[in-house]
Every structure is written in C-alpha cells, then in structure tokens.
Design a protein around this ligand. Structure first.
Ligand SMILES: NC(=O)c1ccc[n+]([C@@H]2O[C@H](COP(=O)([O-])OP(=O)(O)OC[C@H]3O[C@@H](n4cnc5c(N)ncnc54)[C@H](OP(=O)(O)O)[C@@H]3O)[C@@H](O)[C@H]2O)c1
Length: 290
C-alpha cells in the first residue's frame, strides 16, 4: 500500500483510479529559456526532479513539447524506473517551431505520433493521463475537439493511455469531450487574478473531475497585486505561498502543479501551500480577480 508523507499540504485526489498528491509539480520550467533547448544547469534540473520524488509528490505534469523532448528526457533520467506511486501526466496537441512557437498538432496522426513519442521519451508502456491541449497561446478557442479526442480515445481503448483530460479548453469543449470518453481532469489557466473558470471549477467539483490550474503563480509574469502583498505581509509569508494556499482552499478538486527550476523554491512552495488562511484573508484575496 502506498503511503504519502503527512507534510504535503492538501492531501490526495483520485484521478480515475490513480491517487495523486494534490500538491504536484509542473516540469515546464526545467527546459531552457522560452521552454526551448536544454536547461542552463542540467544537474540542478535533475536535482529538482529527485527532490519532487523525495518530498513524496506523486503528480508530475509534462509535455514532449517542452524543449521539445527535454523535460521528458530529464524526468526519465532522474526518476526511471519510476516509483510505483508516481504518476506522470502529459499533453498532446501542440508542437514547436524553430522560433519557439507552439503550432497546433491535432490531426489524428499528430496525436497518435505524440502519444508514441511520449511513451518512448518517458520510457513507459502506458501513459497514466494524457491531456488534449486545445486553443492557442492566447487561451481557449471555440471549435469541435472530436477528431483529435476520438483518436486519443482509440489509443485508450488500445491500452496505451489510462485516463484522458483536456487543456486550454472552453466549457463547451469539456462537455463535448465527455460525450466521447470520460475525462478525469481539465487543465486550464487559473490563479488568484485570472478567474474565468470559476463556474467550470464548481461544476467539475460536483462531477468529481479534477481542475488543474496552469500558471498558478502567474506563469512567465509573477502574480502582482497589492491585496496579495498585503495578505502575505500580514501572514509573514511569500505571495507565492499565499497564492498556492488560496488555490488549495478554493475547491477540493483543484490540484497544484506550480513550476520551478529551483530546489529551494520547490521546498518553499511545498511548505507554503499549507499556509493557514483565515476567513478575512480569503475574503480579501477573493476580491483580486473578481
Ligand atoms: N496546458 C498548458 O497549456 C500549460 C501552459 C503552461 C504551463 N502548463 C503547466 O503548468 C505548470 C505551471 O506553470 P508555470 O511553471 O509556467 O508557471 P507558474 O507555476 O505559475 O510559475 C512558475 C514561475 O514562478 C517561479 N517560482 C516558482 N516558485 C517560486 C518561489 N517560491 N519563489 C519565487 N519564484 C518562484 C518560477 O521561477 P524559478 O524557476 O526561478 O523558481 C517560474 O518562473 C508548468 O510547469 C506546466 O507543466 C501547462
């Protein structure tokens, strides 16, 4: 039986039949600048991943488009053979161009190739969870996801994927996916200041589906708000800790995947997400994105 360290805040959540710590890790920041190429310091990147496992974190979010291939290869080098409790979540639906852009790759043959590339790069025979990444860099875009999602559902039936999710998706696309094959999570941009998905989060919580916010700390431009700074100062905590603790309190189906390329930041975030927030703190923070 798997045991989880009591020290990770938020406890656990079950994605389909996979139990993961609600405090996870997003690996995107391990690649080079602009999420292209290798990290400046490969040993530090490997050390971050080993610390993820040592802290008892059992949910790593990645994509073969990070680098491309770079983060998946780092994950494999640092952690393969993987601890039984560790679940690696990847995404397909975008590729990289030479300028560092993220052009869509959502024809059935693209997603099939991407699933096989992820299996090979990670050294796995089955992927635990694959998110279909939709939209573009500016956010979700309307339109049917049937073609690529049906291709993923077929790979799931073939036994290459355990569970499916969607990312950068509109509520209509989430609903459409569910008519084709069950989803266990939605991974969209959401944080204290960016709350377009408030209704969707509550609806998914009622259905037992996880919501995994990307850019929980603001992504490439850190969250900045005078209310956040005021609450952090009052609690003698960092704004990052407050932002993560708020997300864990926001809804039980929220799973965290904050990104970092630093062991010190990883430890700070794992401890900081457990910061107790009072009703007064929550009310003040709630106003930031409303
Ligand atoms: N589905 C999608 O389309 C999509 C899009 C974007 C991201 N994602 C996923 O979401 C994950 C999280 O997003 P993200 O990493 O881009 O953004 P994020 O978690 O909001 O923020 C990461 C940034 O915050 C900094 N940071 C983290 N902890 C810190 C601390 N304690 N003190 C100071 N700075 C700190 C990191 O710098 P340091 O490295 O210096 O710590 C990094 O620059 C990614 O890793 C990726 O797996 C998915």
């Amino acid at each position: 039986m798997t045991t989880f360290p009591a020290s990770l805040p938020g406890g656990t959540w079950t994605l389909g039949d996979l139990t993961v710590t609600r405090f996870g890790y997003g690996a995107m920041q391990l690649a080079g600048p602009g999420v292209m190429g290798p990290p400046a310091d490969r040993d530090s990147a490997l050390a971050v991943l080993r610390e993820v496992a040592d802290l008892g974190i059992t949910h790593i979010d990645t994509s073969d488009a990070y680098g491309p291939r770079v983060t998946n290869q780092l994950i494999r080098e640092a952690l393969h053979p993987y601890p039984e409790a560790l679940h690696i979540v990847t995404k397909v639906g975008a590729t990289r161009d030479e300028q560092g852009g993220w052009p869509p790759a959502r024809r059935p043959e693209d997603v099939r190739r991407a699933v096989h590339d992820n299996l090979e790069a990670l050294g796995l025979e089955v992927l635990d969870l694959v998110n279909l990444r939709l939209g573009d860099a500016s956010g979700p875009r309307p339109g049917s996801l049937a073609e690529p999602y049906e291709a993923l559902a077929e790979l799931q039936r073939q036994g290459l994927i355990r569970h499916l999710g969607v990312s950068n998706a509109t509520p209509e696309q989430v609903a459409e996916a569910r008519t084709i094959a069950p989803i266990v999570c939605v991974q969209n941009m959401y944080n204290l200041a960016h709350r377009h998905d408030d209704e969707l989060i509550d609806e998914l919580a009622r259905e037992g589906i996880a919501y995994v916010p990307f850019f929980p700390l603001g992504g490439f431009s850190p969250l900045q708000s005078s209310a956040l700074s005021a609450v952090a100062a009052r609690l003698e905590a960092t704004p990052m800790s407050v932002a993560l603790a708020w997300l864990l309190r926001r809804s039980p189906n929220i799973l965290l995947i904050p990104g970092t390329s630093s062991v010190a930041h990883l430890r700070e975030n794992a401890a900081g997400a457990g910061l107790p927030l009072s009703g007064e703190d929550l009310a003040e923070l709630d106003k930031i994105g409303r």
